[in-house]
Structures are given as C-alpha cells and as structure tokens.
Write a new protein. Sequence first.
Length: 264
Amino acid sequence: MIDLKSSREIELMRRGGHILADVMDHLSATAKAGMSTLEIDEEVEAFIMGRGAKPAFKGYRGFPATVCISINEEVVHGIPSAHRRLKEGDIVGLDLGCIVDGYYADCAFTMAIGEVPPPVQKLLAVTRQSLELAIETCRPGRRLSDVSHAVQKHVEAHGFAVVRAFVGHGIGRALHEEPQVPNFGEPGRGPELRPGMVLAIEPMVTMGGSDVRILDDGWTAVTKDGSLAAHFEHTVAVAESGPDVLTRKSASAGAGPRVGQRRR
Ligand code: MG
C-alpha cells in the first residue's frame, strides 16, 4: 500500500531535505583530491547531528556509516574508509539520508574531482537530466511508470545504460516504503500518482552495461564490466500543483548542485 503523507508530514521531510541540500552544497564546494572518504563521512555526520537530525543510513541493515560514498565503477553503497582517498579525475557518488522527528529524507549526487574527460562529464550531465525529467512527471494523474520511463528514455538516447538491480522507492516514516520506482519501463503503467505520495527517485547510470555485482564487503555495488557509474537522487512529493522537491531549497526546476561547478 502506498502511504499518502499529510502536509505536516511533508513539512517534516522538507526540514530533513533542506539539511541534506546544505550538505550537498557544502560537499560540492569542498570535496577534493586527498580527502579520505571517512573524513567526508565524519564531517557529514557532525553536520547532520548539529542540525538536530539523525543520520538515516548508519545502522540501517548494519550499514556502518552516515554517507554511502561510491567512486568510479562503484554504483552505490560504498563504505567510507580512512584508507580510501579521493584522486584527481575520480567521480564520486555521495548518497545521504537523515531523519527529522521520525521522517526520512534521501538524496544523492555525483561529482567530479578536478578535471574529467568530456564523455564522463556527459555521463554526469545525462544522469542528472534524467532525474530532472523524472521529477517533471511527478504530477497527479500521471502513472508511476511514467517516472521510470522518463529516466530510461533519456539515458538510452544518450548511449548510456540504467542499472536495474536497484530502484528508487517511496519514503516517509521508513527509508524504503512502497512503491518501488525502477529506472526503466514502459510508460502509462502502475498506480496513478496522487497528491501526498512521496518518492525517492534515483537514477543509477553506467557508461557500459547495466549489470552490477556486490563486493566482498557485502555492500559496495560495482559495475560488472568496470565501467563508470553515476547516481543522482531527490526526495519528491507529488503536489496538486506538480512536483515538490523536498531535498532542495530552490523551488525552480533544474536547481540543485551543478556537475563540476559550484552552485551560485
Ligand atoms: Mg534512496
């Protein structure tokens, strides 16, 4: 069953979402070569706790950290480590979640560390655009698979592949609620979108094939063919007037961290 949220519940999720938006802004301006992924994790945890929220991922099914940090061919769920340092030319996926008064918010973005070649810049841009196109479909009367189809159509038109083993999800009092939100599918299927539905939409896109495997740490998902992967995510409420992105501060479409440059 898809749980519809009241405006009070949505405002609590927005409070968490704005904390995460501030973290994303901060990281996109400060993450640089030489930093360990554990340093980033500790900094984000302190920031979230300092704002009176709780990290959502730490302890979730035993995940040991606050941020999932996934570098290059790692797709999602990378575990921060004191031994893993960012290098020039890496692309780094940062997946963040927090809890405010029992309600979850979830978002992710992928950034380049220093210069990356144009095809890699394109991977980041196309993945981010596919999320924006999916967000645009979050309107009453559209169907769930319209969200999925928007991602797949844009990604494949640019010669990239969507990961199918992981999906977006409903979100609210739990991190993962119904429905599942795949990043592929025919349009016009599934439940009709209604005001009060809140979805975490999260395209995961690779430069090679869609297949992934899990490393021996039991968490880190990497592309089977070693190709680079990108991941962007927002928590989005379906409102009467259209999409309401809870994990960014500007209401305008297309806001949020820019790839490879600071947000103004
Ligand atoms: Mg998520």
